[in-house]
Ligand binder design. Structure first.
Ligand SMILES: *Cc1c(COP(=O)(O)O)cnc(C)c1O
Length: 374
């Protein structure tokens, strides 16, 4: 192994997909934005297509184009395309586009007339999150869409929205968003928009809100074996999910350090007793959060060694304990599925005061992804 690597279990991802499928009769759209949440866009998507994923979803258009060019044949939706993107390529490559505004619709219609082919679109409604989607423009958007459909410039494939608080299933806001969504969809249908696919559910809604399933579930975090929220929805194992990412690194150095010594920038940690410290060759430039406290660390020598002192750009220090037999060059597990006693992504998220989504997506490109044969 090199300095550090991320090991991805494609079989865990395939099993998670099947576990998601068992919970719903809706199509499952695999959300593979942000390099498949850090797991590698192409290898993950190929494994999921083979496992039977019905759809793929990306934020950026370039992610969707990469998927098509890699040979993914299933429908792909790209839902975060600023004005001025290459919509002509999107239409040529049969990439579906999320449409939140008339401005964007106009550009897509222009691109469609240039290609001579109808653009496949999914109309996005803002049902209360105040982020993506049409709000006051909705009625006017419907009119423009109908005009484009009549001219065969557009094919409305879907209508969709997104929950702001699906990870808090008891929040009234979920019901409010769902009712407004259903109302808007009915209104569009009554106006003559014939959309086959209606979708609003993410992973959290998959687990907690059957009435939100409609006909596509857009699932990201669960595919990678993590819970949308451990506290409110349960942990990976209670949801029959298997974390797919394992982060490993090497100890650069092991040394005995005397009580009273301070460790790292700012001298924020002072040793209470003599101990052995290990220097791990990963830092915040690789995505290790600088704010991580000593409730995370690494697994080495069959036990946990917590972080001590501040995380640096390329390295951090762990307290191995005075009796440790770990030595320079040993491999450590930073996080994994927890089955051998190692820290989990959820523990790292808690220690860094963030969410598991951020821990897995921020591991940087300096850390190679490897796919062990399973
Ligand atoms: C990221 C994203 C999802 C997936 O959310 P998870 O919580 O990871 O399942 C679904 N829909 C949209 C629009 C997204 O941006």
């Amino acid at each position: 192994m090199s300095r550090a690597s991320v090991e991805i279990s494609l079989s865990a991802i395939t099993q998670n997909f099947k576990s998601i499928k068992r919970r719903t009769t809706a199509d499952v759209l695999a959300v593979v934005k942000a390099d498949a949440y850090g797991h590698g866009l192409i290898p993950v998507s190929k494994a999921l297509e083979e496992a039977g994923a019905d759809w793929f979803g990306t934020a950026l258009l370039e992610e969707a184009i990469n998927l098509r060019k890699a040979g993914i044949l299933k429908p792909i939706i790209s839902w975060l395309t600023p004005l001025g993107e290459d919509f002509k390529s999107a239409i040529d490559l049969d990439i579906d586009l999320g449409i939140p505004s008339i401005d964007l619709l106009d550009e897509v219609i222009k691109a469609a007339s240039l290609t001579g082919k109808a653009a496949r679109i999914h109309l996005e409604i803002d049902t209360g999150m105040s982020r993506g989607g049409a709000l006051s423009e909705w009625d006017q958007l419907i009119k423009s869409v109908l005009a484009g459909v009549n001219l065969k410039q557009l094919k409305v494939i879907g209508i969709w929205s997104h929950f702001a608080r699906a990870d808090e299933p008891d929040e009234l806001m979920n019901q409010e968003q769902l009712s407004l969504f259903e109302q808007r969809v009915n209104q569009a249908k009554a106006a003559g928009i014939d959309a086959q696919f209606i979708h609003i559910a993410n992973s959290a809604a998959l687990f907690t809100n059957k009435s939100a399933h409609k006909n596509i579930i857009r699932s990201g975090i669960a595919l990678f074996g993590l819970s949308p929220d451990v506290k409110t929805i349960g942990d990976s194992s209670s949801l029959s999910l298997k974390p797919a990412m394992k982060l490993k690194a090497k100890l650069n150095l092991v040394k005995e350090v005397k009580a009273g010594s301070s460790v790292g920038y700012g001298g924020t940690a002072v040793l209470k007793s003599d101990t052995k410290l290990g220097v791990v060759a990963l830092g915040y430039a690789d995505g290790i959060p600088r704010s991580t406290n000593n409730l995370a660390g690494v697994f080495v020598d069959k036990k946990r060694a917590p972080i001590i002192g501040r995380v640096s750009m390329d390295q951090f220090v762990v307290d191995l304990g005075i009796t440790s037999t770990a030595k320079a060059g040993d491999e450590v597990i930073v996080f994994g599925d927890g089955s051998n006693g190692e820290y989990t992504v959820d523990e790292w998220a808690k220690a860094a005061n963030t969410i598991n989504y951020e821990i897995i997506t921020r591991i940087g490109p300096r850390v190679p992804r490897i796919y062990p044969r399973e």
